[in-house]
Design a protein around this ligand. Sequence first.
Ligand SMILES: NC(=O)c1ccc[n+]([C@@H]2O[C@H](COP(=O)([O-])OP(=O)(O)OC[C@H]3O[C@@H](n4cnc5c(N)ncnc54)[C@H](O)[C@@H]3O)[C@@H](O)[C@H]2O)c1
Length: 257
Amino acid sequence: MDLGLGGKVALVTAASRGIGRAVAGADVAICARGRDALDEAVAALRGHGVEAVGIPADVATAEGVTDVVDATVERFRRIDVLVNNAGEAWSGRMLETSDEQWASCLDINLYSAVRFTRAVVPHMRRQGGGRIVNISTVGAHSPIGGLVDYEAAKAALLTFSKTMAGELAADNILVNSVCPALIHTPLWDRLADGMIPAMGATREEVFHRLATQFLPVGRFATPDEVSGLVVFLASSRATFIAGVAYDVDGGCTRSIL
Ligand SMILES: NC(=O)c1ccc[n+]([C@@H]2O[C@H](COP(=O)([O-])OP(=O)(O)OC[C@H]3O[C@@H](n4cnc5c(N)ncnc54)[C@H](O)[C@@H]3O)[C@@H](O)[C@H]2O)c1
């Protein structure tokens, strides 16, 4: 099927694994901190006939963002799509969080998207338009608790997306958000491992209990079940959608929150 991404160049942050890795289709620049995982992801994308480049960088820093955008433009000469996928969650109840944890959390979950948007928009304007998709979470509008800094940062990302949608639509740059929940990626392996002592269960049992308790569909999603929507929003098929946040959550926020 034509995904409407032919001839486009996409920059996907934090894409060596998880949801980011599942977002492909255009020529693509991906970045992550670890060189080995990045090389493996690039090889897999090339194996699917995608022209891909991997750029090692810490995108929680201003220098990392600049390096990634410069390397992408040097390689492909344009950027049509930006997917701000980088994100990290640590468990956090308010009184246990420090200023340092809040600063790190805001750097990766909010400022990374702000800095990439600032760096990429001039290229999109010059090219006559583009698409930006920000990966937030359902916790941004329906917090589950215990992730206070992460959910606050992702809520700010949602508002940032809506503001950018208004500011950039006249330049034919369409900005939208996707709010996933309970997607089985390394992020959830980490969170599930943290629940093992309290639940007195194995990792598999933790996943099973969470899925049956919170998800009407009865299972966690795969990264591919999120990437289809991201690819659509990034494509030339989505020409009249701006400032919207879409939940990809197996119905969980409709049924329990
Ligand atoms: N998995 C879920 O259920 C879920 C739910 C809601 C939102 N999300 C969001 O989806 C996005 C992708 O998450 P995922 O589940 O694939 O997570 P993941 O942990 O599997 O992948 C996150 C990626 O971010 C990268 N990353 C983190 N900090 C980085 C940094 N400073 N510089 C460069 N790369 C960095 C990691 O290396 C990794 O490649 C995140 O923004 C996350 O908050 C995920």
